[in-house]
Design a protein around this ligand. Structure first.
Ligand SMILES: CCCCCCCCCCCCCCCC(=O)SCCNC(=O)CCNC(=O)[C@H](O)C(C)(C)COP(=O)(O)OP(=O)(O)OC[C@H]1O[C@@H](n2cnc3c(N)ncnc32)[C@H](O)[C@@H]1OP(=O)(O)O
Length: 191
């Protein structure tokens, strides 16, 4: 198998600041899609809530909150590990969206540092560590039960900026049409 390139921040990467039209520090980040497993208010979703936070170096950063529910268990009484990775995907995807859009996850690594009991609350942080062309290097941390509680997980990821064509070519046409995308535009992207 071919190894994926490193997630290490390249020396030439630059600070990735928030876009001028992105929400300001302290503002809630709006749900990006009514059907999103990560942020929408869905019975089966993670229901993450996120806010823009300040960063010493001026980089885009957010803080998020997720309550761990009965139906999210892996081992008895503990959060399923894949759901922490899904939560990081949402948090890190939301923080890159403050810089540029649309982006997709190319690679995401999670370190599980301590078990996460059902009924507790995860406080997650995400930060864009740097940008090099289409590549956005991001990292995150999950704390248990308080914004500065014990660290139960960490993550590093690479997101890539894509064109709208990525969705026009790959999403189901009916979902795009439901968002108001004209059928001709979808057909043209796929021709
Ligand atoms: C009008 C329509 C309305 C639609 C409304 C849309 C609304 C917008 C909602 C957004 C919602 C967000 C949601 C949350 C985030 C997800 O959940 S995203 C879902 C999960 N991710 C995916 O599905 C992505 C699937 N993968 C892909 O599509 C393609 O592999 C990618 C990621 C776009 C990359 O393909 P590519 O653009 O052809 O890039 P490629 O030339 O292969 O690589 C470019 C560079 O990145 C590096 N790279 C690529 N992959 C990797 C990797 N895995 N590891 C390390 N490096 C990599 C390459 O080595 C290369 O480096 P250089 O040679 O330039 O140094």
């Amino acid at each position: 198998m071919v190894a994926s390139p490193s997630l290490e921040l390249p020396a030439e990467a630059t600070v990735a600041e928030r876009h001028e039209k992105a929400p300001a520090v302290g503002e809630r980040i709006p749900v990006h899609s009514a059907v999103c497993f990560g942020c929408a208010d869905l019975p089966h979703g993670l229901r993450l809530e996120s806010w823009v936070t300040d960063d010493e170096a001026g980089a885009a950063a957010i803080s998020s909150r997720m309550v761990l529910r009965e139906e999210q268990q892996g081992a008895p009484g503990l959060l399923h590990g894949g759901l922490l990775t899904a939560a990081f995907d949402e948090v890190l995807g939301s923080v890159v969206a403050l810089v540029t859009r649309p982006c997709v996850t190319a690679r995401l690594e999670t370190d599980f540092r301590a078990p996460m009991p059902i009924g507790s609350t995860l406080w997650l942080r995400g930060r864009v560590d740097g940008r090099l062309g289409r590549k956005l290097y991001v990292s995150g941390r999950a704390h248990l039960d308080a914004p500065d509680g014990p660290v139960v997980g960490t993550a590093s990821a690479l997101f890539l900026k894509v064109e709208m064509d990525h969705f026009l070519r790959n999403s189901r046409p009916e979902d795009l049409e439901a968002l108001g995308v004209p059928a001709e535009r979808i057909r043209a992207a796929r021709a």
